[in-house]
Design a protein around this ligand. Sequence first.
Ligand SMILES: Cc1ncc(COP(=O)(O)O)c(C=O)c1O
Length: 385
Amino acid sequence: MSTKQYTYCDYAAGAPCRPEALAAFAEFATQHYSNPGAHHPLAYMAKKHLYELHERMGRAIGADPREIVFTSGGTESDILAVRGMLAEAKAPRNELVISAIEHHAVLLEAQRLERAGTRVHYAPVSASGVVDLEALRRMVSERTALVSVMYANNETGVLQPVHEVAKIAHAAGAKYHCDAVQAFWKLPVNPKEIGADLLTLAGAKFGGPKGTGILYNEMTNRLAPVIIGGPQEWGYRAGTEDLSGMAALAVAMELANAEQGRVWTHVEGLRNRLEETLAKALGEHIRINGAGAARLPNISNISFLHIEGQAMAIQLGEAGFCVGLGSACAPGETDPSHVLAAMGSSWEDAIGCIRVSFGPDITEQQVDRLAQLCIGNYKHLRGLG
Ligand SMILES: Cc1ncc(COP(=O)(O)O)c(C=O)c1O
């Protein structure tokens, strides 16, 4: 079976790797294979490349090369940020504040820290999925070590007021971690402009290879490494450096930045077209989660009432459309989403949801076909005429 038979509408879970990134990967894997920690001419060349690649990854987000820690992706970066900062936190400044809609990488790490004795506060969100800044303000204090609030939610695409969150954290003397995994490529992402002290990116979401990512780590942070055993990545992540992954990631970051804004305007129009067509045909039978807030241009989170989202997703798959459920990264994908629960959705709304996330190549014909399939499947599953 060929992947070409399918219309891929699951970009929030992972984008195809860009050929230019793959070419850079191959070049580094075959030409610059030396371990940069060794002591011979090829190692010295590799070390020079290592620094240059950190410079390029840093430049793409307005950061210094020494502020870039290369990781295996969003999960590792999130865990390094939260665990690493809390490990260095000293009483009385040793509390953690996160939003209730963080990715599981942050959420489960926060829960683990809580079980180990850390005081964790979970900031609620509004019905449209935006963090409640007043509630957050009440939770952040001189006892807060770190605030972690994502840029754009991976299930709904809802944008968070990251600049205000940074100000609240800093006013209390706390550090701010921003998971910008979904925002990069669609929006300008610059940690210094946002006011983020730590920021997570995952290459697989914008055309880098799977297993590549970054933690931006502002120079004055005190961060404990999670992977120990060597001095690599400024001491924050041990292990022989993956120059090939870095080269591919640097290329993907540069290309994503160059495209940003330009490729998404028409996608937003098509995302809106899908939602309008569904609303017109199915009215009260659906809900567009997060529609009341500013959102990423490519994500639509739709609850089909009184059916299971999984049944819808399977039927769409059989008809050639790949869509997500609430979140492909959720442990036990059929569990109702913690994000929709935090937005006050009923169990039923949450269980009936699918996540459509378009890529830049989506066409009007494909969107119209998808809409008609959703309408037909829904009527069939509900036994409606
Ligand atoms: C917002 C967010 N954070 C973190 C992650 C985890 O990234 P990775 O799969 O690269 O570990 C994801 C993955 O979907 C995500 O959407």
